[in-house]
Design a protein around this ligand. Structure first.
Ligand code: NAD
Length: 553
């Protein structure tokens, strides 16, 4: 089938095309990541190169396998390409995958690009390659929670009358303007590609676009003084704009960045270059990377300037500090990473981004689950606050879905309740449960998730690997081990898991084992590193059977 004729429409009924809902559910999730992805005709879901499958023949073979497989078989996927179907048993995962894992010393961006060009490997991002991405909602919520933690810590709980400066309106970064508005801030977003700005404005993520820096600053100042929550887009290069804003003495309250700084060949556009010029330079990656790094050095120098002038500045997980360090900015890591600065106490209790997706494609299913969550967790302010806001503001993209930060025990309880709702016919169809890879036990990433761990275990990748092994032996439906690609090569290892609530009693068991063991391992990981919150949680939930040497240190 030619790429041009491909349809990315999603089923709107609950007619099975596979031999069971476990296979059908995973097929619908694969279809969904393409339906909501940035460049589905190239199989790209987000982050410049994060793909749902290696190439179209691989994609088509995965679809054919899911449609014909029995429940006692397991599809093996290697970096987006199906390798075989193993005879296993009805409690084994339907799909296991390993995406973009390269051996330590060889895990370099150059090797990744070479092997990718030869068709040997592809990068699955975090939730692209294992079909868990739900569009911008996940990152809207993550960014909103970070901003709210900043509001609580620095601004008396409220961002009204505060200016947030950020950049990048891509697949993930496009969520920033809405997250900022939901958090009550005036938010200015610099983006080099006018088409991306138009796309975010068209779907209501971005409120208005300024014609130049002067107008952007004027609009932002008016809104800030009137304490209006509003988002303003500005077309330009972030390195240049951040420098110019600093030079004018405008000091935002909060500064971050979500350009694709992790990828200097397919993502970041160097200062002084148009999008087209940067694209044309891809044939000379070394030159493009050198320009990109020099530009990021200016970009981060300006962020450090804002920090010295009093802004709350943080790295939002796009590797910008590491690139700046290589570009000669010795103090780049004076900028803190958002996880350590704002989220670690939550991860210690395995509270993290949990998500559910209505496989029926019916919005009412999510509305009913929202109602249930509000009833079931009335005292959980983070969750109830988010669900109420999300209902009002978050656009539906692809299959209706919801994300919320839930912890150990809460996730299992919710999924079991939903499975019962499916069984009793209170929902139109089955529901998939999954989570971000940026979750307590699921990721080793020494410059994002596990930076400056209390016991120094930042770069130890045993935890996500153990998580994947635990998930495969806990009856999850899909288990994936991912490592970084592009500029993230060698930077991270993570584990993805999905379980389908099809209403069956077998699904009860799959949910109970996989979701409980996933969060148990998360608490254990932080308890082992000696975090008091995790030790408390582990003691309260009876999770530790061995004395932890590290905990005493
Ligand atoms: P994307 O490639 O879809 O979008 C990046 C955007 O940045 C593009 O619109 C591009 O035009 C713009 N851009 C590039 N260079 C620029 C420059 N110099 N000035 C202004 N704009 C520029 O990527 P994405 O999916 O939006 O992800 C962005 C980054 O955030 C990636 O590095 C991704 O890995 C990271 N990320 C981190 C987290 C997290 O850990 N919190 C979550 C999601 C994404």
């Amino acid at each position: 089938m030619g790429e041009a004729q491909r349809s990315f429409a999603l089923p709107t009924d609950t007619v099975l095309r596979c031999r069971g809902w476990r296979q059908e559910g995973l097929l619908r999730l694969l279809e969904n990541v393409l339906a909501v992805g940035e460049a589905p005709e190239r199989l790209v879901v987000y982050a410049a190169l994060g793909k749902a499958a290696r190439d179209w023949p691989s994609h088509d073979a995965i679809v054919a396998a899911l449609k014909t497989m029995a429940e006692d078989e397991t599809l093996v996927v290697q970096s987006g390409k199906p390798i075989g179907i193993l005879k296993t048993h009805a409690r084994a995962p339907i799909v296991i995958m390993a995406n973009c894992n390269m051996v330590g010393r060889w895990a370099t961006p150059q090797n990744f690009y070479d092997w990718e060009a030869k068709g040997l490997i592809c990068w699955g991002g975090l939730t692209a390659g294992d079909w868990q991405y739900i569009g911008s909602q996940g990152v809207i919520q993550g960014t909103y929670e970070i901003l709210m933690r900043i509001a609580e810590r620095h601004f008396g709980g409220d961002l009204a009358g505060r200016l947030v400066l950020t950049a990048g309106l891509g697949g993930m970064g496009g969520a920033q303007p809405l997250a900022g508005r939901m958090a009550g801030a005036t938010i200015m977003c610099v983006e080099v590609d006018a088409a991306r700005i138009a796309r975010r404005q068209a779907v209501g993520l971005l409120d208005m676009v300024a014609s130049d820096l002067d107008e952007a600053l004027r609009l932002a100042e008016e809104a800030r003084l009137q304490r209006r929550a509003v988002s303003i887009g500005l077309c330009g290069n972030a390195a240049e704009m951040y420098e110019a804003i600093l030079a004018r003495g405008v000091i935002p309250d909060v500064v971050t960045d979500q350009t694709s700084a992790h990828d200097l060949v397919y993502g970041y556009v160097p200062a002084g270059r148009s999008v087209e010029e940067a694209r044309a330079m891809r044939g000379d990656p070394a030159a493009l990377m050198a320009e990109g790094r020099a530009s990021i050095a200016r970009h981060v120098a300006a962020m450090l300037g804002f920090q010295r002038a009093g802004s709350v500045v943080f790295d939002n997980g796009n590797l910008i500090r590491s690139q700046a360090l290589e570009g000669g900015i010795a103090d780049a890591f004076d900028i803190p990473i958002f996880t350590e600065a704002f989220l670690r106490p939550l991860f210690c209790r395995a509270i993290g981004p949990f998500r559910w997706i209505a496989l029926s494609n019916q919005r009412d299913d999510i509305a009913r689950i929202d109602d249930h969550v509000l009833e079931a967790f009335p005292d959980n302010r983070i969750v109830t606050n988010w669900i109420r806001l999300a209902r009002e503001h978050v656009p539906v993209e692809g299959l209706p879905a919801r994300i919320a930060w839930l912890g150990h025990g809460e996730r299992t309880g919710l999924a079991l309740a939903v499975n019962r709702m499916v069984r009793e016919g209170r929902l139109a169809g089955p529901v998939a449960f999954t989570r971000d890879h940026l979750d307590a036990g699921a990721m080793a990433h020494p410059t994002i998730m596990t930076e400056r761990m209390r016991d120094g275990s930042d770069a130890i990748a045993d935890w996500p690997l153990l998580d994947a092994l635990a998930m495969a032996s806990s009856q999850a439906d899909l288990v994936a081990i991912h490592s970084g690609g592009g500029g993230y090569s060698g930077f991270m290892t993570s584990c993805g898991v999905t379980v389908i609530a099809d209403g069956s009693e077998e699904a009860d068991e799959r949910i109970r084992l996989s979701l409980t063991n996933d969060t148990s391992l998360g608490v254990m990981r932080y308890a082992d590193a000696g975090y008091p919150e995790a030790l408390d949680e582990a003691a309260a939930k009876g999770l530790l059977r061995f004395p932890l040497e590290n905990a005493a240190r």
